[in-house]
Write a protein that binds this ligand. Structure first.
Ligand SMILES: [Zn+2]
Length: 485
C-alpha cells in the first residue's frame, strides 16, 4: 500500500470513528463508519461493481434472489436497511456483501448450488456480514490488491502505470474478514435461513463443494473459498448449529427445494463467456465488437471489461488494449501523451488493414535526478496506436524500459499492426456453454449418466462437483441432474 493511501485511511479512522451499538451483539463498538456513511459507500460502490461485471441478464434469477433476500432481511437484525440483491455476470464462484446492504452473487456460484437451502445459507452468511457490520469494520483493515494479475507480473511500476488499476469493485471481491467475523456470519447464516424455514444443514454441504472446487480448473477459482477460512471445519460447525436451530424453532420438515431451484438454472451461462472476448491460437477475438489481434507467443494475458492486458513472462514489458476517447485519432493520441507526460519522438497517420490509425512513439523522462542519472533522461519507452474501427477509437499501447524498446518494438508491432476485422464465422458465432437439466430415466452411477449425456471424461469430476455428487454415487431414477445443454 502506498504512503498516500495509508494517510487517507488514517484520516478516515480519525474523522469517522463513532461509538455505535452493534445490531447483532447489542454491544457498543467502535465503528469506522456511521450508518449514513455506510449506506453512502454502498451506493457509490454498487454502480462500479455493476459496471465491472455486468448484471446477469435473467429476470427470473434476479427476481428470485431479490424475493428471497428481502424475505430474509425482514427477519434479520437490521430489517430497516434498503437491501439490494444482484446476480453479476461472472463465472467465478463467489458471493460478497458491501456496506449498506448491497449483496452480490455471481452466476458461477448460482450454478454450483444444488437447492434453495444451500443458497439461502450463503445468503444468510452475506446478510450476516452486513447486519454484524463486518464490512464496515473490515474497511479499516483491508489492503486492496493494487493491480490486476498482469500489472502484478510487471516488475517496474513505471511500466505498469498504464494498466487500469484494480477498480474498487474488484478490490471488494478481495476483502478479507477475520476468522471471528466469518464464524459469526456462518452462525447468522444458519439462524436466518432456519428462520425462513430452510434446512441450514444444506449450507454445510456447500462447504464441501467449495472444498472440492479449491482444486478446480482455472477461471473457476472460488474466491468465496479462498477469502474464507477452512471450509471443512466450518462444515461441521454449521451442521451442528443447524440442528440446534431446528430444535429451537421446532422445525419438523425444513425446506430444501432441490427441483424448484434446479429448474431456474436451465439455460444458465456456464464458465467463461466467449462473447466477452477470448484467446485462441495466440489471437484475441471479440465476437461482439468483431475484431481480432495477435497476442505474442508465450505472453500472459488478462481480459477484463476495461482492458485486455498482455505481458512477457519476465515482466519486462507490457501491452494493453482499451477504448480511447477523442474527437479524432490524433486528438486521442495527444490527449493520452499529455496525460502521461509522454514526449513524442515520432507520430503519423497510417492505415492498418483498411482502418485509419495514428501511431505515436515517445518516452517519459525521469522527473528528478536519480544517482548519476540526471533529470530529463528518457526512462520508459512507449508506443501507441489508435485505430478507428466501427465508429469507436481503440488504443493499443506498448511500454518497456527505454533501453529495451529495440527488443520490444517488433513484438508490439506484431500485435498493433495486425488489428483487424473479425470475419471468421466460427469465431463470430462462438457461444458460451449453458447448463441444462436431465431427469434420470434409469438409475446408475453419476459417471455413467454423465457419459450418456455426452460429457467428456476429462470433465466428469468438474460436473460431479457442479452436481454436488460423487462420480461413483448411484443416482436414482427421476433425479434431476445438471448437464451441459
Ligand atoms: Zn464471509
Amino acid at each position: 500500500m502506498s504512503i498516500k493511501s495509508k494517510l487517507v485511511l488514517v484520516f478516515l479512522v480519525l474523522t469517522l470513528t463513532a461509538c455505535v451499538k452493534n445490531p447483532v451483539t447489542g454491544k457498543k463498538q467502535f465503528a469506522v463508519m456511521s450508518e449514513a456513511r455506510e449506506i453512502g459507500l454502498g451506493a457509490s460502490y454498487d454502480p462500479q461493481i455493476v459496471a465491472e461485471f455486468g448484471l446477469y441478464q435473467d429476470s427470473i434469477l434476479q427476481n428470485y434472489i431479490n424475493v428471497k433476500g428481502k424475505e430474509m432481511a425482514k427477519i434479520s437484525h437490521r430489517p430497516e436497511l434498503d437491501y439490494k440483491f444482484r446476480v453479476v455476470d461472472s463465472p467465478v464462484v463467489n458471493a460478497f456483501a458491501v456496506p449498506g446492504g448491497y449483496i452480490y452473487f455471481t452466476r458461477g456460484i448460482m450454478a454450483h448450488f444444488n437447492n434453495e437451502a444451500e443458497f439461502t445459507g450463503v445468503l444468510g452468511h452475506e446478510i450476516g456480514h452486513v447486519t454484524a457490520r463486518h464490512t464496515a469494520v473490515a474497511q479499516r483493515n483491508s489492503t486492496f490488491a493494487q493491480l490486476g494479475l498482469i500489472a502484478g507480473m510487471v516488475a517496474s511500476p513505471q511500466i505498469a502505470q498504464f494498466a487500469e488499476p484494480l477498480s474498487s469493485g474488484m478490490g471488494l471481491l478481495l476483502l478479507k474478514f477475520g476468522r471471528d467475523a466469518e464464524s459469526q456470519s456462518d452462525e447468522l447464516g444458519v439462524e436466518y435461513s432456519s428462520k425462513i424455514g430452510y434446512d441450514a444443514r444444506e449450507m454445510s454441504y456447500f462447504f464441501g463443494t467449495l472444498n472440492r472446487l479449491s482444486g478446480g480448473p482455472e477461471g473457476r477459482v472460488p474466491e468465496f473459498y479462498s477469502t474464507h477460512p477452512d471450509p471443512l471445519n466450518r462444515k461441521e460447525e454449521v451442521s451442528h448449529l443447524a440442528s440446534e436451530w431446528q430444535e429451537k424453532l421446532h422445525m419438523t420438515s425444513p425446506k430444501v427445494n432441490r427441483n424448484s431451484y434446479l429448474q431456474m438454472l436451465d439455460g444458465l451461462v456456464y464458465g467463461e463467456d466467449p462473447r466477452q472476448g477470448f484467446v485462441e491460437n495466440f489471437t484475441f477475438y471479440h465476437p461482439v465488437l468483431k475484431f481480432q489481434f495477435p497476442v505474442p507467443n508465450d505472453w500472459a494475458y488478462q481480459n477484463s471489461p476495461q482492458q485486455f492486458q498482455m505481458a512477457p513472462k519476465d515482466g519486462k514489458a507490457m501491452m494493453l488494449f482499451t477504448l480511447a476517447q477523442g474527437e479524432s485519432l490524433e486528438a486521442a493520441a495527444l490527449a493520452f501523451a499529455q496525460q502521461y507526460k509522454i514526449i513524442a519522438t515520432s507520430s503519423k497517420n497510417v492505415t492498418l488493414h483498411g482502418n485509419p490509425a495514428y501511431e505515436l512513439v515517445g518516452h517519459q523522462t525521469t522527473e528528478a535526478a536519480q544517482g548519476d542519472i540526471p533529470a530529463g533522461t528518457p526512462a520508459v519507452g512507449v508506443k501507441i496506436i489508435l485505430i478507428s474501427y466501427d465508429r469507436l477509437i481503440y488504443m493499443i499501447l506498448g511500454a518497456a524500459e527505454f533501453a529495451d524498446m529495440g527488443t520490444y518494438i517488433p513484438q508490439f508491432d506484431g500485435t498493433m499492426k495486425n488489428f483487424k476485422k473479425l470475419t471468421d464465422p466460427d469465431k463470430l458465432g462462438r457461444l458460451p456453454e449453458r447448463l441444462g437439466l436431465y431427469t434420470v430415466s434409469h438409475a446408475g452411477t453419476l459417471e455413467s449418466i454423465l457419459s450418456q449425456k455426452g460429457i467428456p471424461v476429462a470433465r466428469h469430476s468438474e460436473w460431479a462437483i457442479v452436481n454436488g455428487m460423487e462420480l461413483s454415487e448411484t443416482v436414482p431414477t427421476g433425479t434431476i441432474i445438471k448437464v451441459i445443454k
